[in-house]
Design a protein around this ligand. Structure first.
Ligand code: MN
Length: 211
């Protein structure tokens, strides 16, 4: 994994990130095997559901390849699970302290760091991530399952969000709620990392399985 250099007002480099990246690959490998087994899906069937090649899915399942965040989303949609269902599990009750510096990781070579703060809970129907876009990162996301709503709140730097066909610029402290079931996107046109929280609500009773 590449070393991450933080500039400006971002947190200092984090020695735990490399370990977290390894944990992500291992957890993902185990989760994919479990999800396929639950559904009794062949690798071919799973690859078709996720819209990825059988070879790529096999590599990810064997821990030989790190998927981009975009690919993680496609896999989550294909299996009908939440994004955090594919990340390392964490326990904890209602009063749980989560330190993003301990869970922030770069899942692949794309310029985004992901910190799963609160995993998806079927009773609550949402998950919370801290996302860090490094300078120059831009991604237009495919729609998530119907009914997904994202709540974005910028913490540091500035962020541009594609919502309803227009890019909206958000500064630290500002927030935006957007329909995750339509085309949407994120980009960082600035020189500093853009750090934001993303609370992702999933529709109850459909789209996402309790797993
Ligand atoms: Mn999204």
């Amino acid at each position: 994994m590449d070393a991450i250099t933080h500039k400006g007002d971002a947190d200092p480099p984090d020695n735990g990130m490399e370990q977290a990246g390894t944990d992500i690959a291992r957890a993902l490998s185990q989760r994919l095997r479990a999800l396929r087994a639950e559904r009794a899906w062949s690798l071919q069937r799973a690859a078709e559901a996720c819209g990825v090649s059988k070879a790529m899915l096999g590599q990810i399942e064997r821990g030989e390849s790190s998927p981009t965040v975009a690919l993680l989303w496609r896999i989550a949609a294909g299996f009908g699970c939440a994004l955090s269902d594919l990340l390392p599990p964490h326990g904890g009750g209602p009063a749980e302290i989560r330190d993003p510096r301990r869970v922030r990781a770069r899942p692949a070579s794309d310029a985004i760091l992901v910190a799963p703060l609160f995993a998806f809970d079927p009773a609550l129907a949402f998950e919370v991530f801290e996302l860090t876009l490094l300078p120059g990162y831009e991604r237009v996301s495919e729609p998530h399952v119907p009914g997904v709503v994202e709540h974005v709140v910028v913490q540091r730097g500035s962020l541009e969000v594609l919502s309803d066909g227009a890019w909206v610029r958000l500064e630290a402290g500002e927030g935006l709620r957007l329909a995750g079931d339509r085309e949407h996107g994120y980009r960082n046109a600035g020189a500093r990392p853009a750090v934001f929280l993303d609370l992702i609500h999933y529709p109850r009773g459909r789209g996402v399985r309790a797993s």
